[in-house]
Design a protein around this ligand. Structure first.
Ligand SMILES: [Zn+2]
Ligand SMILES: [Zn+2]
Length: 303
Protein backbone atom coordinates (compact mmCIF):
# COMPACT_ATOMS: atom_id res chain seq x y z
CA UNK A 1 0.00 0.00 0.00
CA UNK A 2 1.19 3.45 -0.81
CA UNK A 3 2.02 5.91 1.94
CA UNK A 4 1.51 9.64 1.82
CA UNK A 5 4.28 12.19 1.63
CA UNK A 6 3.15 15.52 3.05
CA UNK A 7 5.10 18.63 2.12
CA UNK A 8 4.57 21.88 4.01
CA UNK A 9 5.87 25.21 2.73
CA UNK A 10 6.48 26.82 6.12
CA UNK A 11 7.92 30.01 4.69
CA UNK A 12 8.58 31.35 1.22
CA UNK A 13 10.26 34.76 1.56
CA UNK A 14 13.91 35.69 1.00
CA UNK A 15 16.13 37.62 3.43
CA UNK A 16 13.38 39.39 5.40
CA UNK A 17 9.83 38.32 6.20
CA UNK A 18 6.85 40.22 4.85
CA UNK A 19 3.36 40.57 6.34
CA UNK A 20 2.27 37.44 4.52
CA UNK A 21 5.49 35.51 3.99
CA UNK A 22 7.85 34.03 6.53
CA UNK A 23 11.42 33.11 5.72
CA UNK A 24 11.99 29.99 3.68
CA UNK A 25 11.82 26.51 5.17
CA UNK A 26 10.15 23.25 4.24
CA UNK A 27 8.84 20.30 6.23
CA UNK A 28 8.38 16.82 4.79
CA UNK A 29 6.41 14.20 6.68
CA UNK A 30 6.84 10.60 5.60
CA UNK A 31 6.06 7.37 7.44
CA UNK A 32 5.58 9.11 10.79
CA UNK A 33 8.80 11.14 10.70
CA UNK A 34 9.32 14.82 10.00
CA UNK A 35 12.30 16.11 8.04
CA UNK A 36 12.90 19.84 8.32
CA UNK A 37 14.82 21.73 5.64
CA UNK A 38 16.14 25.02 7.04
CA UNK A 39 15.06 26.42 10.39
CA UNK A 40 14.21 30.00 9.68
CA UNK A 41 12.98 32.56 12.19
CA UNK A 42 9.45 31.74 13.37
CA UNK A 43 9.72 28.16 12.08
CA UNK A 44 8.24 26.63 15.21
CA UNK A 45 5.09 28.69 15.10
CA UNK A 46 4.66 27.82 11.43
CA UNK A 47 4.91 24.10 12.28
CA UNK A 48 2.29 24.62 15.01
CA UNK A 49 -0.08 25.82 12.29
CA UNK A 50 0.27 22.50 10.45
CA UNK A 51 -0.92 19.13 11.73
CA UNK A 52 2.70 18.12 12.43
CA UNK A 53 4.67 18.08 15.67
CA UNK A 54 8.13 19.48 16.31
CA UNK A 55 8.89 16.42 18.44
CA UNK A 56 8.58 14.18 15.40
CA UNK A 57 11.37 16.02 13.62
CA UNK A 58 14.02 13.37 13.09
CA UNK A 59 16.55 15.47 11.23
CA UNK A 60 17.14 19.10 10.39
CA UNK A 61 18.97 19.97 7.19
CA UNK A 62 20.48 23.46 7.12
CA UNK A 63 21.19 24.48 3.53
CA UNK A 64 23.67 27.21 4.49
CA UNK A 65 24.53 29.69 7.20
CA UNK A 66 22.87 32.87 6.10
CA UNK A 67 20.64 34.19 8.88
CA UNK A 68 17.38 33.76 7.01
CA UNK A 69 17.91 29.99 7.01
CA UNK A 70 18.95 29.17 10.57
CA UNK A 71 17.99 31.88 13.08
CA UNK A 72 14.99 29.80 14.15
CA UNK A 73 16.95 26.76 15.28
CA UNK A 74 17.68 28.10 18.75
CA UNK A 75 14.03 28.63 19.64
CA UNK A 76 13.03 25.36 18.04
CA UNK A 77 15.54 23.29 20.04
CA UNK A 78 14.64 25.20 23.17
CA UNK A 79 10.95 24.34 22.77
CA UNK A 80 11.74 20.69 22.07
CA UNK A 81 13.65 20.66 25.34
CA UNK A 82 10.91 22.41 27.33
CA UNK A 83 8.54 19.75 26.00
CA UNK A 84 10.97 17.19 27.46
CA UNK A 85 12.13 15.63 24.23
CA UNK A 86 14.23 12.51 24.73
CA UNK A 87 14.87 11.37 21.16
CA UNK A 88 18.19 12.26 19.57
CA UNK A 89 18.13 14.84 16.81
CA UNK A 90 20.43 14.94 13.79
CA UNK A 91 21.35 18.34 12.40
CA UNK A 92 23.07 18.34 9.01
CA UNK A 93 25.22 21.37 8.17
CA UNK A 94 27.64 22.20 5.36
CA UNK A 95 31.16 20.89 5.96
CA UNK A 96 33.16 23.28 8.15
CA UNK A 97 30.18 24.70 10.06
CA UNK A 98 29.95 22.35 13.04
CA UNK A 99 31.82 24.71 15.39
CA UNK A 100 29.88 27.66 14.10
CA UNK A 101 26.56 26.05 15.02
CA UNK A 102 27.90 24.76 18.36
CA UNK A 103 29.00 28.27 19.30
CA UNK A 104 25.69 29.74 18.18
CA UNK A 105 23.79 27.30 20.39
CA UNK A 106 26.20 27.86 23.29
CA UNK A 107 25.75 31.63 23.05
CA UNK A 108 22.01 31.05 23.22
CA UNK A 109 22.56 29.43 26.61
CA UNK A 110 20.17 26.52 26.23
CA UNK A 111 20.43 23.27 28.13
CA UNK A 112 18.96 20.50 26.07
CA UNK A 113 17.04 17.53 27.46
CA UNK A 114 18.17 15.41 24.50
CA UNK A 115 21.25 14.65 22.48
CA UNK A 116 21.96 16.43 19.23
CA UNK A 117 24.33 15.16 16.57
CA UNK A 118 25.73 17.88 14.35
CA UNK A 119 26.82 16.17 11.16
CA UNK A 120 28.83 17.90 8.45
CA UNK A 121 27.93 17.09 4.91
CA UNK A 122 29.75 17.22 1.64
CA UNK A 123 28.57 16.76 -1.92
CA UNK A 124 26.39 13.81 -2.90
CA UNK A 125 26.26 12.44 0.63
CA UNK A 126 23.51 9.88 1.19
CA UNK A 127 21.49 9.91 4.40
CA UNK A 128 19.30 6.84 4.80
CA UNK A 129 15.76 7.36 6.06
CA UNK A 130 12.83 5.00 6.48
CA UNK A 131 12.22 3.60 2.97
CA UNK A 132 14.27 6.28 1.27
CA UNK A 133 17.38 8.37 1.08
CA UNK A 134 18.15 12.07 1.30
CA UNK A 135 21.17 13.13 -0.76
CA UNK A 136 23.01 16.44 -0.50
CA UNK A 137 23.68 18.42 -3.67
CA UNK A 138 26.34 21.13 -3.78
CA UNK A 139 24.74 24.41 -4.82
CA UNK A 140 26.28 27.60 -6.17
CA UNK A 141 26.02 30.42 -3.60
CA UNK A 142 28.24 33.01 -1.92
CA UNK A 143 28.84 30.63 1.03
CA UNK A 144 28.84 26.79 1.02
CA UNK A 145 25.24 25.81 0.37
CA UNK A 146 23.59 22.43 -0.14
CA UNK A 147 20.33 21.44 -1.71
CA UNK A 148 18.65 18.16 -0.84
CA UNK A 149 17.14 15.37 -2.87
CA UNK A 150 14.48 13.42 -0.96
CA UNK A 151 13.95 10.08 -2.72
CA UNK A 152 11.69 7.17 -1.85
CA UNK A 153 13.33 3.81 -2.59
CA UNK A 154 12.26 2.18 -5.84
CA UNK A 155 10.27 -1.03 -5.63
CA UNK A 156 11.92 -3.73 -7.68
CA UNK A 157 8.80 -5.90 -7.65
CA UNK A 158 6.06 -7.42 -5.54
CA UNK A 159 7.16 -9.73 -2.74
CA UNK A 160 5.48 -13.13 -2.63
CA UNK A 161 5.54 -14.19 1.03
CA UNK A 162 4.13 -17.65 0.27
CA UNK A 163 7.04 -18.40 -2.05
CA UNK A 164 9.51 -17.15 0.56
CA UNK A 165 8.02 -19.39 3.26
CA UNK A 166 8.12 -22.38 0.89
CA UNK A 167 11.84 -21.74 0.39
CA UNK A 168 12.21 -21.85 4.22
CA UNK A 169 13.45 -18.25 4.44
CA UNK A 170 13.02 -17.04 8.03
CA UNK A 171 10.81 -13.96 8.28
CA UNK A 172 12.71 -10.74 9.12
CA UNK A 173 15.74 -8.93 7.72
CA UNK A 174 16.30 -11.53 4.98
CA UNK A 175 12.85 -10.68 3.57
CA UNK A 176 13.88 -7.03 3.35
CA UNK A 177 17.15 -7.88 1.62
CA UNK A 178 15.33 -9.77 -1.12
CA UNK A 179 12.88 -6.89 -1.51
CA UNK A 180 15.85 -4.55 -1.93
CA UNK A 181 17.05 -6.73 -4.80
CA UNK A 182 19.87 -8.50 -2.95
CA UNK A 183 20.51 -12.24 -3.05
CA UNK A 184 20.67 -14.10 0.27
CA UNK A 185 21.96 -17.41 1.57
CA UNK A 186 19.80 -19.87 3.52
CA UNK A 187 21.42 -23.13 4.68
CA UNK A 188 24.25 -22.56 2.23
CA UNK A 189 21.86 -22.12 -0.71
CA UNK A 190 21.76 -18.86 -2.65
CA UNK A 191 18.27 -17.43 -3.16
CA UNK A 192 17.84 -14.72 -5.77
CA UNK A 193 15.20 -11.97 -5.53
CA UNK A 194 13.60 -13.21 -8.75
CA UNK A 195 12.65 -16.45 -6.92
CA UNK A 196 10.33 -14.61 -4.52
CA UNK A 197 9.52 -11.36 -6.32
CA UNK A 198 7.17 -10.69 -9.18
CA UNK A 199 9.47 -8.33 -11.09
CA UNK A 200 6.69 -7.04 -13.35
CA UNK A 201 5.54 -4.86 -10.41
CA UNK A 202 8.44 -2.36 -10.56
CA UNK A 203 7.67 1.07 -9.15
CA UNK A 204 9.62 4.33 -8.99
CA UNK A 205 9.63 6.06 -5.61
CA UNK A 206 8.85 9.78 -5.61
CA UNK A 207 11.61 12.39 -5.74
CA UNK A 208 11.50 15.87 -4.20
CA UNK A 209 14.22 18.51 -4.53
CA UNK A 210 14.77 21.47 -2.21
CA UNK A 211 17.24 23.91 -3.80
CA UNK A 212 18.00 27.19 -2.01
CA UNK A 213 20.03 29.45 -1.97
CA UNK A 214 21.74 29.16 -5.31
CA UNK A 215 22.38 30.42 -8.78
CA UNK A 216 20.90 27.84 -11.13
CA UNK A 217 23.32 24.96 -11.52
CA UNK A 218 25.15 24.82 -14.84
CA UNK A 219 26.08 21.20 -14.19
CA UNK A 220 24.02 18.83 -12.12
CA UNK A 221 24.32 15.25 -10.92
CA UNK A 222 22.22 12.75 -12.88
CA UNK A 223 20.34 11.49 -9.82
CA UNK A 224 18.41 14.74 -9.40
CA UNK A 225 16.76 14.41 -12.82
CA UNK A 226 13.02 13.91 -13.29
CA UNK A 227 11.91 15.02 -9.83
CA UNK A 228 8.19 14.90 -9.09
CA UNK A 229 8.51 18.13 -7.13
CA UNK A 230 11.19 20.80 -7.53
CA UNK A 231 11.23 23.46 -4.84
CA UNK A 232 13.64 26.12 -6.09
CA UNK A 233 14.58 29.58 -4.97
CA UNK A 234 13.59 32.46 -7.22
CA UNK A 235 14.96 35.51 -5.48
CA UNK A 236 14.90 37.87 -8.44
CA UNK A 237 12.76 38.72 -11.39
CA UNK A 238 14.39 38.80 -14.81
CA UNK A 239 14.93 42.59 -14.70
CA UNK A 240 17.56 41.95 -12.08
CA UNK A 241 19.31 39.03 -13.71
CA UNK A 242 22.69 40.71 -13.27
CA UNK A 243 22.10 41.20 -9.58
CA UNK A 244 21.09 37.57 -9.29
CA UNK A 245 24.36 36.54 -10.90
CA UNK A 246 26.38 38.75 -8.59
CA UNK A 247 24.65 37.58 -5.43
CA UNK A 248 24.53 33.94 -6.55
CA UNK A 249 20.78 33.72 -6.60
CA UNK A 250 18.38 32.74 -9.38
CA UNK A 251 16.05 34.75 -11.54
CA UNK A 252 12.67 33.59 -12.79
CA UNK A 253 13.42 32.49 -16.36
CA UNK A 254 16.67 30.82 -15.29
CA UNK A 255 14.75 28.66 -12.81
CA UNK A 256 12.14 27.80 -15.42
CA UNK A 257 14.86 26.69 -17.88
CA UNK A 258 16.60 24.69 -15.18
CA UNK A 259 13.34 23.00 -14.26
CA UNK A 260 12.83 22.01 -17.90
CA UNK A 261 16.44 20.87 -18.22
CA UNK A 262 16.14 18.43 -15.34
CA UNK A 263 12.61 17.44 -16.44
CA UNK A 264 10.86 18.44 -13.22
CA UNK A 265 7.17 17.54 -13.19
CA UNK A 266 6.13 20.41 -10.91
CA UNK A 267 8.04 23.56 -10.00
CA UNK A 268 7.39 25.49 -6.78
CA UNK A 269 9.10 28.85 -6.38
CA UNK A 270 10.25 29.90 -2.93
CA UNK A 271 12.69 32.41 -1.40
CA UNK A 272 11.04 35.21 -3.33
CA UNK A 273 12.26 38.72 -2.65
CA UNK A 274 9.97 40.85 -0.52
CA UNK A 275 10.31 43.66 -3.06
CA UNK A 276 8.62 41.69 -5.80
CA UNK A 277 4.91 41.54 -5.62
CA UNK A 278 4.31 40.94 -9.28
CA UNK A 279 5.95 37.56 -9.70
CA UNK A 280 2.47 36.15 -10.00
CA UNK A 281 1.99 38.04 -13.24
CA UNK A 282 4.86 36.03 -14.68
CA UNK A 283 3.11 32.81 -13.83
CA UNK A 284 0.01 33.42 -15.89
CA UNK A 285 -0.40 30.73 -18.54
CA UNK A 286 2.59 28.84 -17.21
CA UNK A 287 1.84 25.20 -16.63
CA UNK A 288 3.16 23.24 -13.65
CA UNK A 289 4.73 26.29 -12.01
CA UNK A 290 3.42 27.61 -8.70
CA UNK A 291 4.23 30.35 -6.30
CA UNK A 292 2.97 28.79 -3.07
CA UNK A 293 1.81 30.89 -0.17
CA UNK A 294 3.03 30.19 3.34
CA UNK A 295 1.55 27.01 4.83
CA UNK A 296 0.54 25.69 1.42
CA UNK A 297 0.76 21.92 1.66
CA UNK A 298 1.04 19.15 -0.83
CA UNK A 299 0.09 15.51 -0.36
CA UNK A 300 1.50 12.96 -2.78
CA UNK A 301 1.70 9.17 -2.76
CA UNK A 302 5.15 7.65 -2.40
CA UNK A 303 4.63 5.39 -5.45
ZN1 LIG B 1 18.38 33.11 1.83
ZN1 LIG C 1 21.92 32.78 1.23
Amino acid sequence: MADNINIYFLGTSASTPTKSRNLTSLLINYRGSNYLFDASENVQQQILKTSQSIQKIKSIFITHFHGDHYYGILGLLSSMSLLKREDELNIYVPFGYKNFLENFLKAGGINLSFKINILQIKSNQKIKIDNGVITSVKLDHTVPSYGYCFKVNNKIGKFNKQKAIKLKIPEGPLFSKLQEGKSIKVDGKVIKPSQVMDLSFKKQGKKILYFTDTAVLKKHPKFIESPDVLVHECTFLDEEKEKAKLKKHSSFSEVVSFSKKIKAKELYLVHVSSRYKDLEANLKNKKNISLPEDLFSLEIKDY
